[in-house]
Design a protein around this ligand. Structure first.
Ligand SMILES: [Zn+2]
Length: 267
């Protein structure tokens, strides 16, 4: 019987690619030292936020879910009944679970995360969401909290991916993520929490959407008391929902890539 985590906290740093290699990012680096990490992981095509985040939260590919930058928030993604998003999967298994999605890029909340199932949603700038998430973690001890930071991607568009200002922002958001994780420690739940940091795509020449290495390579890293310290080979971001479901002990969630999430845990 696999160990079940009581909590999962996932931070998504939009547009971060694998640029942490050029930044300080003490949290991300320490997680790679302690936990299971894919460096790089592969995201999906096209490397746009709508397509990537929907895959990362549902496990289905862009050609299947159909969300694009033009329609996200206006239509439901295709295959929603057969492929609920990770929040809906958790809700179905755990009707009382506290679930929250705090997303700077609000179409994640309006276009992907199911409505009407009691997911606490909020949107705002990264610093606001960081404070909001810290308070929420301490007050509610959520089973799953997703926090999406967008300022790094903004800096990529504005100043260039990998630019000095972009890397400084990545360091700042690494610190915001650390604050949210520290809130779990302050709340006394860190020992029962799976911590994840990942990103949807990178960027090149001030934009993204294509299939260059700078755009398609991303990272995924997680820590937790039963996480196997390892380098995860050939990971695609579509595997993320199955990993979260496995950690929480929710049965019947097949890995979209056909892999066994159990390989990433010691028990
Ligand atoms: Zn994005």
């Amino acid at each position: 019987m696999a160990y079940k985590y009581k909590h999962v906290i996932m931070a998504g740093i939009d547009g971060a690619g694998v640029f942490f290699h050029k930044a300080k990012t003490p949290l991300i680096r320490s997680m790679f030292e302690k936990g299971a990490g894919a460096d790089p992981a592969l995201t999906v095509f096209p490397t746009e936020s709508a397509q990537c985040w929907c895959t990362m939260l549902t496990g289905i590919m862009p050609e299947e879910h159909g969300l694009t930058m033009d329609n996200i928030g206006e239509i439901e993604y295709k295959g929603k009944a057969e492929h609920p998003d990770i929040f809906a999967l958790i809700r179905k298994a755990h009707p009382e679970a506290k679930l929250a999605s705090f997303a700077h890029w609000s179409p994640i909340n309006t276009g992907i995360v199911d409505d009407g199932i009691g997911v606490v949603k909020d949107t705002g700038k990264d610093d606001y969401l960081m404070e909001r998430a810290c308070a929420y973690v301490k007050a509610e001890l959520p089973e799953f909290l997703f926090i999406h930071f967008d300022s790094v991607d903004d800096h990529g568009h504005g100043y260039g991916y990998g630019s000095e200002k972009y890397l400084a922002q990545l360091d700042l958001v690494d610190g915001y993520t650390a604050r949210v994780f520290e809130a779990a420690a302050e709340a006394g739940i860190a020992d029962d929490t799976l911590f994840i940091v990942t990103t949807d795509h990178g960027g090149i020449n001030g934009s993204h959407g294509g299939w260059s290495d700078e755009e398609k390579y991303v990272f995924f890293v997680m820590t937790g008391k039963t996480v196997r310290k390892c380098a995860i080979p050939e990971m695609n971001v579509r595997e993320i929902p199955a990993i979260i479901a496995y950690a929480l002990g929710i049965p019947g969630v097949a890995d979209a890539d056909g892999k066994d999430p159990g390989r990433l845990f010691t028990e």
